[in-house]
Write a protein that binds this ligand. Structure first.
Ligand SMILES: [Zn+2]
Length: 96
């Protein structure tokens, strides 16, 4: 049974539905074909979870666990950097 959450966080009221969703089990972006989360989706997720960084990390953790199962032989460190490290490397909105 997949652990990928269907709803981990309610986006802000004016958040649009993203086209940058993962294609399973290869975890490429359905919109741009880049590895998911692509840069566009990363920016969207940061905006959607502006006041809920812990919720963002819970969501990404579930994605990470599912990706570990889907990729099998890919080292966990590689997937950790892809799914969980990037929010720590991106600045918090400087206008806040
Ligand atoms: Zn994309």
């Amino acid at each position: 049974m997949p652990v990928f959450p269907t709803v981990a966080h309610q986006p802000k009221g004016n958040a649009a539905v993203s086209m940058h969703v993962p294609v399973h089990p290869v975890w490429t972006c359905a919109a741009c074909g880049r590895p998911w989360p692509c840069p566009s989706r990363q920016r969207q997720l940061l905006a959607e979870y502006t006041d809920a960084r812990v919720s963002l990390l819970v969501f990404l953790s579930a994605c990470f666990v599912q990706a570990c199962a889907d990729f099998g032989t890919t080292p966990a460190g590689v997937l950790y950097r892809r799914f969980l490290a990037w929010p720590h490397e991106m600045p918090i909105d400087p206008d806040r």
